[in-house]
Ligand binder design. Structure first.
Ligand SMILES: Cc1cc2nc3c(=O)[nH]c(=O)nc-3n(C[C@H](O)[C@H](O)[C@H](O)COP(=O)(O)OP(=O)(O)OC[C@H]3O[C@@H](n4cnc5c(N)ncnc54)[C@H](O)[C@@H]3O)c2cc1C
Length: 553
C-alpha cells in the first residue's frame, strides 16, 4: 500500500518550495508530499490519485491563484475525496477569503502566510488534522468490519456504539453486496447471527452486546480504585470538561458513560459556534480531543457502563452499576444530559432502528446515498443533520409545525439550508405515520392548515424533537422540577421539599443538588442553556465547587 499523500498547491514557486520543504522535513516517513503549481493541475492529479486508489490525507492550497482559486479547488477536492483534510493558505490580510472558504467550501482550517517557525503554526495544525483524518479513514481491506442488514435495529445499535466510541470500522450491508454475502459464507456466519464483527486477526463476534465489543477491543470496564474523590456520570461536554479539570487539579477522577463519550454533542456533524474553532468542529472530533486531554491528565474513563442508582452513606456516595458492581466517591457530578422522547406517530416504534432514527444522522447518512429522507424538527440539531444528510441523500425534507425556521434555528443554518437545492422545508406540517414492511418505505404527513394527510415515499425518518432529561436513575432525595430537570443552588433552596431534604448548616453551593456533594451540570440541570459551551463551563465550575465541598467535609 502506498503512503497517504499530502498535496500542496501554490502558483508562487518559492512558497511552494518552502511548504514542501517544511512538510517533508516532518512527515516524510509516513506520507508522500506532492505539489502542483495551479488548481487545474492539482485537480487533474487528485483525480489520477483516486483512479489509482491512493489515499489523499490533506490538500493545502493557496487562495489567490490564476484560474481556479483555492476555495473552489478545495470544494472540488471534497467531491473526489470527502474525507481529505482541506487547508487554505491566505495572506494575513485575506480574512474575507478565509471566511468565505469556511462557509462555502467547508474547509477545515486556514493558515496565514508566512508561518515561520513551522513548529509554532504549521505543524500543530497539520498534526491535528492528520490525527483526525487517520481516525476517520480506514484502509479498504483492513480494520474492523461490521456485517449486517441495514434495516436491523441491532446493526444500528452496534454502528452507533462504534461511531460514538470513535472506533473506525467498515460497514458491509449483506443485502446490497454479493461480495459481502460471500465473505459471510467464508467466515461461517449464519444470517440469524448478524450483525457480525470481523476483526483483523480473523476473530468473529456474532450478534454481540456493545459491552462484549468493548471488552474484545481491550477497553477496561472496571474501575482501578474502590474510592474516588470525584465520579462523573455522563461523558458529554459537561462531564468531559469536569474530567479535564478534576484530573488536572489532582482529584482522583473517574468518568463513566452508559454509551460512549461525547453525549449529544458527539452526534453533531458540525458545531459551528464553539469558541476557538472558526471552521467549526465535528462532535466526534471535539470528543476525541477532550477525551484524550482528560485521559492524558490522569482521568479514568469507562464505557459502556450505566449507573442505575446512588445511595448516600454518611458523606460517601455509593454508585450502583447495571452490571451489579459498585463504586464509592466523596463528590459526584450528574452530567447525564438529555435524550429524545419517543415520537407518538403510528409506525414509529416498530421502525425504530429500521429507518427511523433518533439523532444518529452522522452514523446513518452514508447508507442513504441517493435516497429520500425526512427530518422531523426545526432546531439547530435538525439543521445540522439536514446539511449533513444533503451530502448523501438526493432529497431531504424538514418537517416542522411552525411556519418557518427563524424562531428555532440559528441564521447561519437557515442560510445554508436555503442555498442547498436538495433540502426542502415542509412548514406547518407534522409526521402522521410511518409506513413499511420491515423497514421504512414511506410516511404520511399531515398539513396543520387543512388537516389533509399526504403520503410521501421516503427511506428514512430522522427525529430531532422532544427531549427529556436523563434523571430517572437518581434517588428521590435529589430534587427535580416537574419535568425531571435536576435543581441546583438557589433553585433547590426555593422549593418546599428542600427543608426536609437539606440538613447542612450551610446553603447549597452553586450547581450543588439537594444532596450535599452531589453536583449537576449541563443539560440535565434545571435552567441549563443547552449549549456545548455552557455545559463545558458548568462542568469546569463543578471541580472548583467539589474542592470546596471536599474541604468542608
Ligand atoms: C445533533 C445535535 C447538534 C447540536 N449542535 C450544537 C451546536 O452546534 N452548538 C451548541 O452549542 N450545542 C449544540 N447541541 C446541544 C449540545 O450538544 C448539548 O447542549 C450538550 O451536549 C449538553 O451536554 P451535557 O454534557 O450536559 O449532556 P449530553 O451531551 O446529553 O451527555 C450526557 C451523557 O450522559 C450519558 N448518560 C445518561 N444517563 C447515564 C447513566 N445513567 N449512566 C451513565 N451515563 C449516562 C449519556 O450516554 C450521554 O453521553 C447539539 C445537540 C445535538 C443533539
Amino acid at each position: 500500500m502506498n503512503k497517504p499523500i499530502l498535496f500542496i498547491v501554490d502558483d508562487d514557486p518559492q512558497v511552494l518550495a518552502a511548504v514542501r520543504r517544511d512538510l517533508r522535513a516532518r512527515y516524510r516517513e509516513h506520507y508522500t508530499v506532492m505539489s502542483a503549481p495551479s488548481g487545474e493541475d492539482a485537480l487533474a492529479a487528485v483525480r489520477e490519485l483516486k483512479g489509482r486508489g491512493d489515499a489523499l490525507a490533506m490538500v493545502i492550497s493557496d487562495q489567490r491563484m490564476p484560474g481556479i482559486h483555492g476555495n473552489e479547488l478545495l470544494a472540488r477536492v471534497r467531491d473526489v475525496y470527502p474525507l481529505a483534510r482541506r487547508v487554505l493558505l491566505t495572506a494575513y490580510s485575506d480574512i474575507v477569503a478565509a471566511v468565505k472558504a469556511i462557509n462555502e467550501a467547508h474547509v477545515d482550517h486556514y493558515l496565514s502566510k508566512p508561518w515561520d517557525p513551522p513548529e509554532d503554526t504549521l505543524y500543530p495544525v497539520v498534526d491535528d488534522l492528520l490525527d483526525s483524518w487517520q481516525v476517520e479513514s480506514l484502509p479498504e481491506t483492513s480494520g474492523l468490519r461490521l456485517l449486517g442488514h441495514q434495516w436491523s435495529p441491532r446493526s444500528h445499535a452496534i454502528k452507533d456504539f462504534l461511531a460514538g466510541n470513535l472506533i473506525p470500522y467498515r460497514w458491509l450491508d449483506v443485502e446490497r453486496d454479493a461480495e459481502t454475502r460471500a465473505l459471510l459464507e467464508a467466515v461461517g456466519v449464519a444470517s440469524e447471527d448478524l450483525p457480525a464483527l470481523l476483526f483483523d486477526d480473523g476473530f468473529v463476534l456474532r450478534n454481540p452486546e456493545p459491552r462484549l465489543v468493548a471488552e474484545r477491543l481491550g477497553r477496561s470496564l472496571s474501575a482501578a480504585f474502590d474510592v474516588y474523590d470525584l465520579v462523573i456520570v455522563g461523558a458529554g461536554p459537561a462531564g468531559l470538561a469536569a474530567a479535564v479539570y478534576g484530573a488536572s487539579e489532582g482529584l482522583r477522577t473517574i468518568l463513566l458513560d452508559r454509551h460512549a463519550p461525547g453525549g449529544q454533542a458527539g452526534t453533531s456533524s458540525r458545531i459551528e459556534n464553539y469558541l476557538g474553532f472558526p471552521a467549526g468542529v465535528s462532535g466526534s472530533e471535539l470528543t476525541r480531543r477532550a477525551l484524550l486531554q482528560a485521559q492524558r491528565l490522569g482521568a479514568e474513563f469507562l464505557a459502556p457502563l450505566e449507573v442505575t442508582g446512588i445511595s448516600i452513606d454518611s458523606g460517601y456516595k455509593r454508585l450502583a452499576f447495571a452490571d451489579g458492581k459498585e463504586l464509592v466517591t466523596r463528590a459526584m457530578l450528574v452530567a447525564t444530559g438529555m435524550m429524545y422522547r419517543e415520537h407518538p406517530a403510528r409506525g414509529v416504534t416498530e421502525h425504530t432502528g429500521a429507518g427511523v432514527y433518533y439523532g444518529a444522522a452522522t452514523t446513518e447518512a452514508p447508507a442513504f446515498t441517493g435516497r429520500r429522507v425526512i427530518i422531523v424538527g426545526g432546531g439547530n440539531s435538525a439543521g445540522q443533520a439536514a446539511m449533513h444528510l444533503a451530502r448523501y441523500a438526493k432529497d431531504v425534507q424538514i418537517v416542522i409545525r411552525r411556519e418557518s425556521l427563524h424562531a428555532t434555528m440559528s441564521q447561519y443554518l437557515v442560510d445554508q439550508i436555503a442555498s442547498t437545492p436538495n433540502v426542502r422545508l415542509r412548514p406547518e406540517t407534522e409526521l402522521d405515520a410511518v409506513e413499511g414492511d420491515g423497514h421504512v418505505e414511506g410516511v404520511t404527513l399531515r398539513s396543520l392548515h387543512e388537516g389533509a394527510v399526504q403520503p410521501e415515499p421516503v427511506d428514512a425518518v430522522f427525529i430531532f424533537i422532544g427531549t427529556r432529561p436523563q434523571s430517572d436513575w437518581l434517588p428521590a432525595a435529589v430534587l427535580r422540577d416537574d419535568k425531571g430537570f435536576v435543581l441546583t443552588g438557589r433553585d433547590v433552596s426555593a422549593v418546599e421539599k428542600y427543608r426536609q431534604a437539606w440538613k447542612e448548616p450551610r446553603e447549597p453551593l452553586p450547581l450543588e443538588t439537594s444532596v450535599p456533594g452531589v453536583f449537576a451540570a449541563g443539560d440535565v440541570r434545571a435552567g441549563a442553556m443547552n449549549r456545548v459551551a455552557s455545559a463545558v463551563g458548568e462542568g469546569s465550575m463543578v471541580v472548583r465547587l467539589a474542592h470546596e465541598y471536599l474541604t468542608l467535609t
